[in-house]
Design a protein around this ligand. Structure first.
Ligand code: HEM
Length: 504
């Protein structure tokens, strides 16, 4: 087994590609392989099926030539899917209705890719390391292009104050020699070699998760019973680690229950993250279509193309730690607003955070209860959101010109994500909530974070070999300083960010 995602010395990706016949999934933690047929999966799928799309109000592709369609809103971004029946991948059309039940990643994610966003190419390409095999499987579902497509209404442009964000060319499937193809093949070979072809968690990771969950429950009990601020801070720290696990699980459809246990219990939303984080932020990172792009406005501005007013330039960037202590509430309130607007469904798990607060206030009174609650949510928000914001606001991630020139989607992710501490093995990377390996996470979103250390080596070797520029900071402090400067200063003022550009 690849302990903690380490690559055994004998397991070289180049050799592994040729010797995979004996590969088995035994090395992964149990449940790492997809289990789409199990009743548990079926129940989870039903419980969590939620896409915020009101289907009945939507016209069909057959409604008439050039029929304008209404927008499907996702985290404040209007999308205009061109068909309600077919999926577009690499400029070709597919009917996956008969495949929905067969998809190892579940039916919901496929439906979302078609119904909530405009093109499925990135979602398909990014989530299957063995892309050649996945392409072979979808070939049998190809259908002729529909005669009529639902159109973007006149004047509906990609929102972007520094330019409208070009849609120049629709994405194509990459050739085998594209950077992103090479790095995916090498990762797939490595995973076969460590006998974890699906890229699920190692046993060490699963044990770590359950220990964290137990610590979360215990730390809450300690805070509730003792009423001490130290216990509240401890609870916040453990909750942040649990939230980091939640982020890991939400990318892996086979681990929906785990993502619920580690996101909804803390006050985040596993359903919202599954849609908007997995399929929006990850596919359109650092573009106006990214739901995180304007997520911290008006307090912290992360759009590199727009000017800042004086408060945003001179005060808020330096006060960012204070802002981030309220991050959990921001996330929670945003989700509730969406529920009120009808683009989110009510889930009983939404009651966990208010219940948590109510129990503490009931036990310790309003003032002390509020102080304890602020202490733990501040510790969580500060740690979690600082790391997350560092991931996409380093200097190179705001270089719009370079991003627009990226030759493929993988290269664009290199320009959009920032890393540090890339020598740390899995068991030590928790100190950065495992977000220090963010580029490999974006290149392989479905890959469990216990494999990031090994994937990082593959990434760096491939970049060096193919002459692709990759930067990782020696210290997180360097990235932190760059992030504060990015908040304060637009680094690509008035430039237009290409959402689908060139070969991306
Ligand atoms: C339109 C988008 C997508 C299409 C057409 C698609 C299609 C496929 C196909 C054909 C396979 C079988 C591949 C094989 O056997 O090698 C597969 C496997 C899988 N897909 Fe997807 N998929 C899409 C999006 C996603 C997304 C967004 C996720 C995750 C969030 C996902 C998760 C998975 C998983 C976990 C497997 C099993 C892979 C394995 O065990 O190695 N898929 N998908």
């Amino acid at each position: 087994m690849g302990k903690g995602g380490e690559r055994p010395a004998e397991c070289d990706w180049a050799a592994a590609g040729a010797s995979t016949s004996g590969a088995s999934r035994a090395a992964c933690a149990s449940g790492a392989s997809s289990s789409w047929q199990s009743p548990r999966r079926f129940w989870l799928e039903q419980y969590w099926r939620l896409d915020g799309v009101r289907r009945s109000s939507r016209p069909d592709a057959s409604a008439g030539a050039g029929a304008a369609r209404e927008a499907v809103w996702s985290s404040g971004v209007p999308f205009y899917p061109p068909s309600t029946r077919l999926w577009r991948i690499g400029g070709r059309w597919y009917d996956f209705e008969p495949f929905l039940k067969l998809h190892p990643g579940g039916a919901e994610v496929l439906r979302l890719a078609r119904d909530r966003f405009e093109d499925s190419t990135y979602a398909f390409e990014a989530h299957h390391h063995n892309y050649a095999h996945a392409r072979k499987v979808i070939a049998k579902y190809e259908v002729p292009a529909p005669a009529e497509l639902l159109q973007r209404p006149e004047g509906a442009v990609v929102p972007g104050a520094g330019g409208d964000g070009g849609i120049t060319t629709l994405p194509a499937l990459l050739d085998d020699d594209a950077f992103y193809s090479v790095v995916r093949r090498r990762l797939a070979a490595h995973l076969r070699c460590v006998r974890c072809p699906a890229g699920g968690p190692t046993r060490e990771c699963v044990v770590f998760f359950w220990a964290t969950f137990a610590a979360f429950v215990g730390a809450w009990g300690l805070m509730w019973a003792s009423g001490s601020v130290a216990a509240a801070l401890l609870f916040g720290v453990v909750a942040a680690v649990l939230g980091a696990f939640g982020h890991n699980w939400v990318h892996q459809p086979a681990y929906r229950l785990h993502s619920y246990l580690s996101l909804d219990t803390v006050g985040f939303s596993s359903t919202g993250w599954f849609r908007e984080h997995v399929l929006q932020h990850h596919m359109y990172t650092n573009t106006p279509w990214d739901n995180h792009f304007r997520g911290t406005e008006p307090f912290l501005v992360t759009d590199p193309t727009v000017p800042r007013h004086w408060l945003q330039a001179w005060v808020m960037p330096y006060a960012n730690p204070l802002v981030l202590t309220f991050g959990l509430y921001g996330n929670y309130v945003d989700h509730c607003v969406n529920m009120a607007k009808g683009s989110e469904e009510w889930r009983p798990t939404k009651a966990i955070l208010p219940l948590n607060i109510a129990l503490v206030v009931w036990r310790w009174g309003l003032l002390r209860g509020a102080a304890l609650t602020y202490a733990w949510t501040a510790a969580l928000g500060l740690w979690y959101f600082t790391m997350a914001l560092m991931n996409h606001n380093a200097e190179h991630t705001h270089d719009v010109e370079r991003r627009n020139k990226a030759r493929d989607w993988g290269e664009a992710q290199l320009v959009s994500s920032a890393d540090w501490g890339v020598q740390l093995p899995f068991r030590r990377a928790w100190v950065y909530l495992w977000l220090n390996y963010h580029t490999v996470h974006h290149l392989f979103p479905r890959l469990d974070f216990s494999h990031h250390h090994a994937a990082q080596r593959i990434l760096m070797e491939t970049c060096a070999e193919l002459g692709v520029r990759y930067v990782a900071a020696d210290s997180p402090w360097e990235i932190y300083k760059q992030m504060v400067r990015s908040f304060a200063t637009p680094r690509s003022l008035y430039k237009s960010i290409s959402v689908y550009g060139g070969e991306i």
